[in-house]
Design a protein around this ligand. Structure first.
Ligand SMILES: *Cc1c(COP(=O)(O)O)cnc(C)c1O
Length: 371
């Protein structure tokens, strides 16, 4: 029997082999896109797919969003832009970090659009255009008060440099949009308005997910949601749109403990009475953070199962003493799903949904449902 015959004879599916299953609901993702687009109906609704589509897989996510109507996409790094270009042959793709010094000429050959954040990038983009004999398109980011990316008010007075590029978007980013009452929102908005006057007629963009919920005055000509598309709540009072991810971890081993037995590194948890414990195939290398020890739970049907002891790199232990069903290796427990939202899990871990999503590992079996 050849090697491939042996493989075929013993074939089991990738999902049967996997220690955890990540399910991405592309129908919910598309619904979220359309809902955000309706909220900002006078503006174009772009989609942010940086960090591997917020951990969910840039290519399938970008394809689903394009199908839902998105025509403009944002990534952070040039390599991310090159990767999604494969599935988005005709979309506009902006790269938030622009290009690294010395890389403008190679960058323009990709057909991606750089977001130019400082005068070095603007000068290099102008010089590249002069060499090629045409002015090159770009977005210009202005710093309206976050002190992270963008040119300053003083930079904007350097007339000559801006004449040598073709801005197709002028943008800025809000620091406090998830706190709707924060005074910085209006301060940044009015500063952005004034700075954008330097580029008459050029479409403007200020709002990411949370900014969309600040109302039409923040929408300008284009909005750029990321997190809300993927089911992260835009602020503390507005519920998340439809959940997009579900994460189920599988049981690798079930064991019975006697009173006094310890669990995991450091033996930080000890059984006070006989207990049943399941060891799950998910750990901090998969984005299930160590900080969750003693705080988070997972779920079996309607039963909450507390974590026991520390989170290991590849596994975590949970208390299944109260479960009457005979749980066994291969059975699944809910980590993110109907009983525990992404934002709820983030809260117990002392973090935000963004960090949970983008830390999701690549060892899960990924399953895309819907569109
Ligand atoms: C990440 C990012 C976004 C999207 O932000 P969300 O809060 O995820 O919607 C938009 N614009 C810029 C500049 C970003 O860095």
């Amino acid at each position: 029997m050849s090697v491939s015959e042996a493989g075929a004879a013993h074939h089991v599916s990738a999902s049967a082999r996997a220690g955890a299953w990540l399910t991405v609901d592309c129908t919910a993702l598309a619904d979220n896109y359309r809902r955000l687009a309706r909220l900002a109906e006078a503006s174009e609704c772009a989609a942010v797919v940086k960090a591997d589509g917020y951990g969910l897989g840039a290519e399938p996510v970008a394809a689903a969003l394009a199908k839902a109507g998105a025509r403009t996409f944002f990534v952070a790094h040039e390599e991310e832009g090159r990767a999604i270009r494969v599935v988005l042959p005709s979309a506009r793709i902006f790269v938030l970090h622009g290009f690294m010094p010395g890389c403008a000429e190679a960058f323009q050959a990709t057909g991606l659009l750089p977001v130019l954040n400082d005068m070095h990038q603007i000068q290099e983009w102008s010089a590249t255009g002069r060499r090629l004999g045409r002015k090159l398109p770009c977005a210009i980011q202005v710093d309206s008060g976050m002190s992270r990316f963008g040119v300053s008010e003083a930079d904007l007075r350097a007339e000559a440099v801006f004449e040598a590029v073709v801005p197709v978007l002028v943008m800025s980013h809000l620091a406090c949009a998830d706190s709707p009452d924060h005074s910085a929102n209006e301060a940044q908005r009015s500063r952005f308005l004034a700075m954008a006057e330097r580029f008459p007629g050029v479409p403007r963009s200020l709002a990411a997910s949370s900014g969309i919920f600040l109302g039409p005055a923040f929408h300008f000509e284009l909005v750029r949601p990321g997190a809300a598309l993927y089911g992260v709540a835009p602020n503390a009072v507005t519920p998340a749109l439809r959940p997009v991810v579900r994460l189920d971890a599988r049981i690798v081993q079930v064991r019975t403990l006697q009173a006094g037995d310890g669990v995991g590194y450091g033996l930080t948890w000890r059984a006070e009475r006989p207990a049943r414990v399941a060891t799950l195939g998910i750990g901090y290398a998969d984005g299930f953070f160590r900080a969750q020890a003693g705080r988070a739970s997972v779920w079996y049907r309607d039963k909450r199962l507390p974590l026991l002891g520390r989170v290991s790199m590849d596994s975590v232990s949970v208390d299944i003493t109260e479960v009457s069903d005979p749980l066994a290796p291969g059975d699944v427990l809910e980590v993110i799903g109907p009983h525990q939202s992404l934002d709820a899990l983030a809260q117990t871990g002392g973090t935000i949904g963004y960090e949970i999503l983008t830390a999701l590992g690549h060892r899960f079996h990924r399953h895309y449902t819907g569109s």
